[in-house]
Design a protein around this ligand. Structure first.
Ligand code: NAD
Ligand code: FE2
Length: 387
C-alpha cells in the first residue's frame, strides 16, 4: 500500500434539530462574542432564530449578525463582515448557509486572526496557526465546505476566484441538521447535490494522497447520493433523503479535502469565475466530459465504483466504466440539470474567451490532482464539447 496521510480536524454532529446546540459548542470552544455569518434569505426565513436563541442562552450575548453574503461571495463582503466583527470584539464565528456563507466565514476568520492584507494569505498552506473557533452549519448539501480545508471568494476587479487552503481553515465543528435543508428548492437541491457527486467521483480517481480511507468514504457517499439525491429533489420534505444527502456531501468533503478533485472542478472554477454560474450546476455540465477525458486512465477505478453501486453485472473494466458515465448522464437528466454550457446561459465562446478560461483552468490547483495530464488544447476541446 502506498504511504498516505489522512487528516480530518472537524468534529461532525448529525441530527434533526442539532443546530440548536450551536451555543453549547461555542461555549465549549471558549467563545463568548459570536459573529453569525449568513444571508438575507436565510435570516428572513426564520431559520436562524433557534440558533441565535441557543447562542444567547449559552453565552449571555446576542450574536452580531452579518446577513449580507451574496451567492459566490467576494472580497468586499469579507471586508465588511470583518469590520463588524472587529468593531464588536468577536471571538468566535458561526456560519449558517451554503458554501458561499461558509467560505466567507472562513476568509473572515483569516482577517480577524492575522489582520494585514488578505492577499498575503492566498494560496496553499500559507496559514500556519489556528484561527478563531468556527462552527459551520450547512443549509445546502453539496459543497463539503463545512469540513474542507479550502475557501474561495471572488475578486471582482481581477474577474477570478481567490483560493485559500490550509488545514487551519477547517471549521472546528460541523453541525449537520437535515431540518435546515428542507426549504432548499428542487433546482438548488439538484445543483448542490451534483457538486457532491463530482467531489466523490473526482476524488476517487485523483492523484492526491489517495488512500483506502478516502476510497471508502467516496464509495459510500456516492451510494447515498445516487440513491437519495433524486428523492430529495422530488420531495424536499423527505427527511431521510435530506439527511442522507447532507451526510454524503460532508463525507465527500472529507474525502476531497484529503485527496483532491480534478479537471471538472478546474474548468468549473474558471467558468464560474468568468460567468458567475452556480458552482454545482457548472460541475454537472462538465462532469461527463471530464470523466470521458479521464476514461482510459481511470477505467479500473470507475469500474470499481460501478460495481459498488450495483450498476453492472460484469464485463470488462472499460465496459463497466462506460456504464458509470452513462449513469451519471442519466442522473443529470433525472435531476433536470442543464446539460451544456449554452443551457447554463453562457454566451457563445469566442477564441479570446476560450483562451481566458483555459488559462484559468490550467493554473487552478484542482488540475494538479487530475489523474491524466491535460494540455491547453485538451482543456479547449473539452470546453468546446461541453458548449
Ligand atoms: N470550501 C469548499 O470546500 C467549497 C467546495 C465547493 C464549493 N464551494 C463554494 O461554495 C459556493 C456554492 O455554495 P452552494 O452551492 O452551497 O450555494 P450558495 O451558498 O451560493 O447558495 C445558493 C443559494 O441558495 C440559497 N440557500 C441556501 N440554503 C438554503 C435553504 N436551506 N433554503 C433555501 N435557499 C437556500 C442561498 O440563499 C443562495 O441564494 C461557491 O462559491 C463555491 O465556490 C466551496
Ligand atoms: Fe465542488
Amino acid at each position: 500500500m502506498n504511504p498516505f496521510v489522512f487528516h480530518t480536524p472537524t468534529r461532525v454532529y448529525f441530527g434533526e434539530a442539532s443546530a440548536t446546540s450551536c451555543g453549547d459548542f461555542i461555549l465549549e470552544l471558549g467563545g463568548s462574542r459570536v459573529l453569525l455569518v449568513s444571508d438575507a434569505f436565510l435570516e428572513k426565513s426564520g431559520m436562524l432564530a433557534p440558533i441565535i436563541e441557543s447562542i444567547v442562552a449559552a453565552t449571555g450575548n446576542p450574536p452580531l449578525i452579518f446577513n449580507d453574503v451574496p451567492p459566490d461571495s467576494d472580497i468586499s463582503c469579507v471586508n465588511r463582515a470583518s469590520q463588524l466583527a472587529r468593531a464588536n470584539q468577536c471571538d468566535a464565528l458561526v456560519a449558517v448557509g451554503g458554501g458561499s456563507v461558509i467560505d466567507t466565514a472562513k476568509v473572515v476568520n483569516i482577517c480577524l486572526t492575522f489582520g494585514g492584507e488578505l492577499m498575503d494569505y492566498q494560496g496553499l498552506n500559507i496559514i500556519d496557526r489556528p484561527l478563531l473557533p468556527l462552527i459551520a452549519v450547512p443549509t445546502t448539501a453539496g459543497t463539503g465546505a463545512e469540513v474542507s480545508f479550502v475557501a474561495m471568494v471572488k475578486d471582482h476587479d481581477e474577474g477570478k476566484k481567490l483560493m485559500f487552503g490550509s488545514p487551519y481553515l477547517a471549521p472546528n465543528v460541523a453541525v449537520l441538521d437535515p431540518l435546515l435543508i428542507v426549504s432548499l428548492p428542487a433546482k438548488l437541491t439538484a445543483a448542490t447535490g451534483i457538486d457532491a457527486v463530482t467531489h466523490g467521483i473526482e476524488c476517487f480517481v485523483a492523484s492526491g494522497t489517495n488512500s483506502v480511507f478516502t476510497d471508502a468514504i467516496c464509495l459510500e457517499a456516492l451510494r447515498l447520493l445516487f440513491e437519495f439525491l433524486p428523492q430529495a429533489t422530488v420531495d424536499g420534505t423527505n427527511l431521510e433523503a435530506r439527511g442522507a444527502t447532507l451526510a454524503a456531501s460532508c463525507m465527500a468533503g472529507v474525502a476531497f479535502t484529503n485527496s483532491g478533485v480534478g479537471i471538472t472542478h478546474a474548468l468549473a472554477h474558471s467558468v464560474g469565475a468568468k460567468y458567475g454560474t452556480h458552482h454545482g450546476m457548472t460541475n454537472g455540465v462538465l462532469l461527463p466530459h471530464g470523466m470521458r477525458f479521464n476514461l482510459a486512465t481511470t477505467s479500473t477505478q470507475y469500474a470499481r465504483i460501478a460495481r459498488f453501486l450495483n450498476f453492472t453485472n460484469g464485463g470488462s473494466d472499460a465496459e463497466q466504466a462506460q456504464i458509470l458515465v452513462d449513469k451519471v448522464e442519466n442522473l443529470l437528466k433525472e435531476l433536470k440539470l442543464p446539460r451544456t454550457l449554452g443551457e447554463l446561459g453562457i454566451p457563445e465562446l469566442t477564441a479570446d474567451n476560450l483562451k481566458e478560461l483555459v488559462d484559468m483552468a490550467s493554473s487552478d490547483p484542482a488540475i494538479m490532482f487530475n489523474p491524466k495530464e491535460a494540455s491547453d488544447d485538451d482543456l479547449l476541446q473539452l470546453l468546446k464539447g461541453a458548449y
